[in-house]
Each structure stands twice: as structure tokens, then as C-alpha cells.
Design a protein around this ligand. Sequence first.
Ligand code: NDP
Ligand code: 8X3
Length: 252
Amino acid sequence: MEKKIALVTGATSGIGEACARRFAQGGYDLIITGRRQDRLAEVKAQLEADGAKVLTLLFDVRDRAAATAAVDSLEGRWAEVDVLINNAGLALGLEPEYEGSYDDWDTMVDTNIKGLLTMTRLVVPGMVARGRGHVINIGSVAGDAAYAGGNVYCATKAAVKTLTDGLRIDVADTAVRVTNVKPGLVQTNFSTTRFHGDNERADGVYKGIQPLTGGDIADVAFYAASAPAHVQIAEVLVLATHQASGSVVKRK
Ligand code: NDP
Ligand code: 8X3
């Protein structure tokens, strides 16, 4: 029997890379996407060592023409994506809303909302036509409530929740399932990116608490995809044990 295919956006790092790994270990073949060819090649080699067949697609999810060309280039069984993991995303800055950077706002909105929408628009029609498929969006606890300085990033993740719920309604008459996985603190490149490369400040985010790993989130995504066909894991909030919400973290 042919293996199922999972397409993971932003698989060059963190949660996306861990999801690719978990799905490869769970018997899927993988389409991994990202903007860095060298990292895509390294992740591909790891996944192949786990027994998966792997296709890489190099594009920026903000570039709609490039995303369209990449998805259109898929041939044969590779075009029949079983699981789409919309993971590519980022936070930039932690400034008050009235002092934020216009460029940072545009990047977050274009990536976290419009990039996710583009990938959904490109991949889900095939799922509907085939009568099977699963979309797993990586939302965030940040989408549940704003925290200090989170403003635009939190808004993009609130949008991910609304778009996930909207899609679930729109495909409810098909067998396609839609899941929002909402992590709390996960130690990845996320904070280094948020603080524009300031590693010391990024490390401070995870001081005094054992954060989640990308693997913890990948396990949840894989569980959702592995549930029986009549079970739709609609939304999962996953927090570190000493994190209670987006703004309540108990540190030692
Ligand atoms: P990382 O920075 O480790 O990974 C982000 C991934 O997204 C990278 O592969 C990156 O690729 C990719 N990416 C970013 N922008 C684009 C783009 N324009 N086009 C294509 N790929 C892009 O962070 P995480 O793994 O933590 O983040 C993954 C997702 O998880 C994000 O949506 C984030 O919001 C969400 N999340 C993270 C949490 C955390 O605490 N870490 C908690 C809750 C949610 P590249 O290497 O090319 O930049
Ligand atoms: C990432 C988690 O709390 O840093 O979405 O925003 S948080």
C-alpha cells in the first residue's frame, strides 16, 4: 500500500522539523517546505534515514506565485496530500502596539495569516475532491488572549483560530478534518527570531521553566492525524506544566 503524504510548511526548524520527523517515523512520506535550501537538504537526509520518501519545495509562503508554482509542480501521488501542516510562522518584536514596527507587522500578517490561507487555498480543493484529508494549523496560546507586547502576533494567532474554525465549517460535509494545535512555550528558534537574533534575550524566555519541545507538539499533531476517521480533534491547547496561560508562567 502507498504511504500517506504529509506536507509541512516551515520544516527547516523547530516545530515544523519535528512534525516532519514524527510523521516520517509514523509511516508517512513527506513534502517539506521552507526558504533555506541547505536546511531542507539536511532535514530531507534525516527523514530518509527514518525511512520516508521526501520531496523538498523551496519557497516563501508570502510569495503567492511561488507557492502556487510549487504546489502545481507536484505530480502523481505527491499531488495527493493527506495531511497539510500549516506551521510556517513567526513573531517579531515585543513592543507596545503604539510603538511597533510597520515592517514587522506586515511580515507577521503576511506569513501567519495570508501564507496559511494561501496554502489552504492551494491544497484543500484536492482533499475535498478526493474525499479525504486533514489540515493541521499551528496556532498558539497567544491566540487565546493578548499578552504584553504580543498585540499583532496574538492577533495573527487569533486569526488562525478563526480561519481553522471557518474551514472546519466549510468542509463539514466532507471527510476532511481540521485541527488547531495551540502550543505555549516551545524552545525553538522562535524567540531568537522574535528578538531579531538576540540569543541572550531569547534564552531568557525559557529561564526557570522546562519548556515544551518541538517533539511534544509533533506528538499531538500526529495523534490528531492518527485518530479514527470519525474523530476530529478540533483544537488542542498544549502548555508546559508551569505555564497556565499566555501571560502566567511560574519560574523557579
Ligand atoms: P522556528 O523559528 O524554529 O521555525 C519557524 C519555521 O517557519 C522555520 O522553518 C522558518 O523557516 C519558517 N518560516 C518563517 N517564515 C517563513 C516564510 N515566510 N516562508 C516559509 N517559511 C517560513 O519557530 P517555531 O518552530 O517555534 O515556529 C513554528 C510555528 O509555531 C509558528 O507558526 C509559531 O508561531 C508557532 N508557535 C511557536 C511557539 C513557540 O513557543 N516556539 C508557540 C506557539 C506557536 P526559515 O528557517 O526559512 O526562517
Ligand atoms: C508562541 C507562544 O506565548 O510566546 O506562540 O506567544 S508565546
